[in-house]
Design a protein around this ligand. Structure first.
Ligand SMILES: O=P(O)(O)OP(=O)(O)OP(=O)(O)OC[C@H]1O[C@@H](n2cnc3c(O)ncnc32)[C@H](O)[C@@H]1O
Ligand SMILES: [Ca+2]
Length: 482
């Protein structure tokens, strides 16, 4: 008699049910995006006037080529830039603590150890390093000590060269605009800091051999870029003001009447403090009182004359120069102008239109007291200096870099393009090799493709199980046969 296998029916049912559940589950999962865990990077921008911390975030699973980086958080360090602590270096380190603690909270704890942390210092530390190497080293020691106390992957603190600062600012602006990956025409970058200013763009025709020190070659996403970049040390907004004041105090007067300041402006300034910078120290008057009174006059054209005297337009050994004998090809294409370019032009409402008449009207140098009442929320020092800064920016752009009415209209004054404009993002992209030189030919297997392959495998296994059951049944029938 044929013996019935008691396990046969339930087993088939169980395998069928599991198979169906597996297929349904996999098809459902295909609709839900996979869980994406994030990766983080931290960059501290130790500028001449202040330090800022930026936290960047990008999807960890995605390929470098496709993962988009966003600015997750920024923190403005209280107080001045690290170079201002030359006499008390330990305070430079301490000043960073609060923002670093904020970073600890912002980055998930389980990601701390693999989060790279960089500090880049710019023109303030460049000047301190020139003036007093020992003091500059001590500031870095103090800063390192603080940064190493935090659980991140500390990658070092260093001074960026002017060329790096300009080039990374250009990378940031073009990365944020998505111009690099798409191989679009690039945008130039104009950065006006407190102690230096940078201009970077891809010229129409560029003979690099004319001035190799101004050339930076990039290969990004399969495209070649020959970038022109230059950083003018001492031509940031604060050092330019120092130079303008030095120009007007050569004879060591007790009072100066400054055309770049409002008619009712009056501040006592100290000669030693004014000349305490390598940008002006050589010009310190031999005989001068301790202080001088800085008063205003409010005259746009005369102010422009004072500012023009800060540039040397005479000597140029190249085919074309901007100023101070520095090679510069003609400006070309659109530009993004950020940092103080934005702060000042935004305040003066000059971000959209440009005409000499307009500038003259806006910078009619009202009484500073009236302006303070109108803008009680804005730092008084900034308010008093906007007229100087506005005139300086327009002179630098038109006389210095040779922007004309047509090319000037292609300058966009920007604070941010999804993330803040500045060199920090470009710096991190470079150090983490986030922008590949080549575009990837074959994209990674998409999630849906992965699910389909697994589904096919599960189906095959299921069919195999069924076949095996049929075979077992046949075998049993045969062995129990007559
Ligand atoms: O690049 P370096 O030269 O090292 O300097 P920095 O990085 O410290 O310079 P910033 O771009 O932060 O600022 C540029 C200048 O703009 C000033 N500034 C900042 N906020 C401002 C505002 O709202 N209005 C006017 N000026 C401002 C600041 O004091 C500097 O003099
Ligand atoms: Ca800066």
């Amino acid at each position: 008699m044929k013996e019935k296998n008691p396990w046969h029916k339930p087993l088939t049912i169980i395998i069928t049910v599991i198979g169906v559940i597996a297929i349904v589950a996999l098809v459902t999962v295909a609709e839900i995006p996979p869980p994406v865990s994030a990766q983080y990077g931290i960059v501290l921008d130790a500028g001449s006037s202040h330090t800022a911390l930026y936290i960047y975030k990008w999807p960890a699973e995605k390929d470098n080529n496709t993962g988009r980086i966003e600015q997750k958080h920024s923190c403005k360090v209280k107080g001045k830039g690290i170079s201002s602590y030359a006499a008390v270096p330990e305070k430079a380190g301490m000043s960073l603590t609060e923002c670093m603690q904020e970073a600890e909270m912002q980055v998930p704890a389980w990601r701390h150890q693999e989060t790279p942390l960089y500090l880049g210092a710019t023109a303030g530390m460049r000047l301190l390093n020139m003036e007093n190497r020992v003091a500059s080293d001590k500031v870095f020691e103090a800063v390192e000590k603080t940064l190493q106390r935090f659980p991140f992957s500390y990658q070092g603190a260093r001074i960026l060269s002017g060329q790096e600062e300009g080039a990374f600012g250009w990378v940031t602006v073009n990365y944020l605009d998505d111009r690099l990956k798409q191989g679009l025409q690039t945008t130039g970058a104009l950065d006006l800091g407190g102690a230096s200013t940078q201009i970077s763009f891809v010229p129409r025709e560029y003979d690099i051999s004319e001035s190799p020190s101004n050339a930076v070659a990039f290969r990004l996403y399969g495209n070649y870029y020959n970038l022109y970049t230059h950083s003018f040390l001492c031509y940031g907004k604060d050092q330019a003001l120092r130079m303008a004041l030095a120009h007007q105090t050569q004879s060591g007067p007790i009072t100066i009447s400054d055309p770049c300041f409002h008619p009712d402006y009056s501040v006592t300034r100290n000669y030693n403090t004014l000349y305490d910078s390598p940008c002006v120290s050589e010009r310190k008057p031999k005989v001068a009182p301790l202080n001088f009174i800085h008063t205003g006059e409010g005259n746009f054209l005369q102010c422009q004359e004072v500012i023009k005297s800060l540039f040397n337009f005479k000597s140029c050994k190249y085919s074309k120069c901007s100023f101070n004998g520095i090679f510069q090809p003609p400006v070309q294409g659109s530009f993004g102008a950020f940092s103080a370019y934005y702060f000042v032009m935004n305040f003066l409402n000059l971000t959209d239109v440009f005409s000499a008449l307009c500038i003259d009207n806006i910078l009619t140098f009202k009484l500073v007291e009236q302006i303070k009442k109108l803008h009680s929320d804005i730092n008084e020092k900034y308010l008093a200096e906007y007229c100087f800064s506005g005139t300086y920016i327009l002179t630098l752009l038109t006389e210095g870099y040779n922007f004309n009415t047509e090319t000037f209209s292609k300058i966009k004054f920007i604070k941010e393009v999804s993330s803040d404009a500045g060199w920090t993002l470009g710096y991190m992209l470079n150090l983490t090799n986030m922008i590949p030189a080549e575009t990837k030919d074959s994209p990674p297997l998409p999630h849906a493709g992965y699910v389909s392959i697994v589904t096919v495998i599960v189906l095959l296994l299921f069919i195999l199980c069924v076949c095996r059951c049929v075979w077992v049944k046949g075998h049993l029938t045969l062995s129990n046969g007559p």
